[in-house]
Design a protein around this ligand. Structure first.
Ligand SMILES: [Zn+2]
Length: 274
C-alpha cells in the first residue's frame, strides 16, 4: 500500500470515529451533537444567601419538607472531615430548589429557576436590635462553598445577593450581621472601594438627605426592584434598608442619606462603569 492510500484510510477511520462519538443513542431516537453553539451560558446566574431563623435540626426538618428547600445548609458549627468543614447538600445543583420565592434581581424574576441557594443556620433577630453573629467556623464554610460555586458558574460579584436584596418587601435575611465584607475580602461578592465612597461623599454629612429619585435610580441600576418616582414611600424605604443591611449594616433604617448614595454610586462606578 502506498503512503497516499494509507493516509486516506486513516482519515476515513478518523471521520467514522468522530461521527460515532457525536451521535448519542436515546433508545427511540439519536441526537447529533456535531454542531456546537458558542452563544450559550449557564442556567445558574445567581447565588442567594439566607438565614434559617431556627436551629440546625429544625432547619433540616423544614428544608426537607413539602413547602421549601435549598441547595445547601451551612451549620453554625460545621462538622469537620479531614480538616475541612462539612455542609449539607439537600438538592442537586441542576435541580430548582424552592428558596427564593417571588423575587427580582438585575432584570431576572423568580430566581429559584436561575440561582443556587445557601441557607445558613442562624436565628437572625434576637430582640433589642441585636442579631445573632455568624461564628468564624461557619463563615469559613460559607466562603469555601461559595468560592467553589462562583468559580464553577463564573458568577459576577454583583450576583452574589441576600434574600433581602431580591425580595426586599418580604424578607430581611441574611440580616445585618451577615459578614458581606469578610466574604468580599475572601473574593466573594461585591463591595465598594472606601476611597471612592469618601471622594463621592466629599465632606458632606453622611446622614444628610439626598434626592430620592437619584438614589432610586442608582439602586435600580445596581439590580433592585424599586420605583424611580422620587417618592419616599414604605416600599422604597424597604429597598434602601435592604441595600444598607448589605453594604452599611451599622444603620439600615431606610433613610435616603448621603453615605448610602455614595456607596451606591461607588458600586456602580466599580461594577457597571459607563
Ligand atoms: Zn431566605
Amino acid at each position: 500500500m502506498n503512503l497516499f492510500k494509507r493516509l486516506a484510510g486513516f482519515a476515513a477511520l478518523l471521520a467514522l470515529t468522530a461521527c460515532t462519538t457525536t451521535m448519542i443513542d436515546h433508545g427511540t431516537y439519536y441526537t447529533d451533537t456535531s454542531h456546537q453553539a458558542k452563544s450559550a451560558d449557564s442556567r445558574i446566574r445567581f447565588l442567594v444567601m439566607h438565614y434559617t431563623e431556627i436551629n440546625e435540626s429544625g432547619s433540616l426538618a423544614v428544608l426537607t419538607g413539602d413547602e421549601v428547600s435549598v441547595h445547601y445548609v451551612v451549620p453554625e458549627a460545621p462538622k469537620v472531615e479531614r480538616g475541612e468543614p462539612v455542609v449539607y447538600q439537600l438538592v442537586p445543583e441542576e435541580k430548582r430548589a424552592w428558596h427564593a420565592g417571588q423575587s427580582y434581581w438585575q432584570g431576572a424574576t423568580e430566581l429559584n429557576a436561575s440561582s443556587i441557594g445557601i441557607e445558613n443556620v442562624n436565628l437572625g433577630p434576637l430582640g433589642n436590635g441585636q442579631w445573632q453573629p455568624y461564628p468564624p467556623a461557619q463563615v469559613d464554610a460559607i466562603i469555601k462553598l461559595s468560592r467553589d460555586i462562583i468559580a464553577r458558574y463564573k458568577l459576577p460579584p454583583t450576583r452574589i445577593v441576600g434574600h433581602s436584596d431580591i425580595a426586599p418587601q418580604r424578607k430581611i435575611d441574611p440580616g445585618p450581621a451577615f459578614p458581606w465584607k469578610t466574604l468580599y475580602d475572601a473574593g466573594i461578592g461585591a463591595w465598594p472601594d472606601d476611597a471612592t465612597v469618601a471622594a463621592l461623599l466629599a465632606n458632606r454629612d453622611p446622614k444628610s438627605p439626598v434626592d430620592v429619585r437619584a438614589l432610586q435610580e442608582k439602586l435600580k441600576r445596581y439590580g433592585y426592584d424599586v420605583a424611580t418616582d422620587g417618592v419616599l414611600d414604605e416600599k422604597t424605604r424597604r429597598v434602601i434598608g435592604a441595600f444598607q443591611m448589605h453594604f452599611r449594616p451599622s444603620d439600615y433604617a431606610g433613610n435616603p442619606d448621603a453615605q448610602t448614595d455614595a456607596i451606591a454610586q461607588a458600586l456602580l462606578d466599580k461594577y457597571f462603569p459607563q
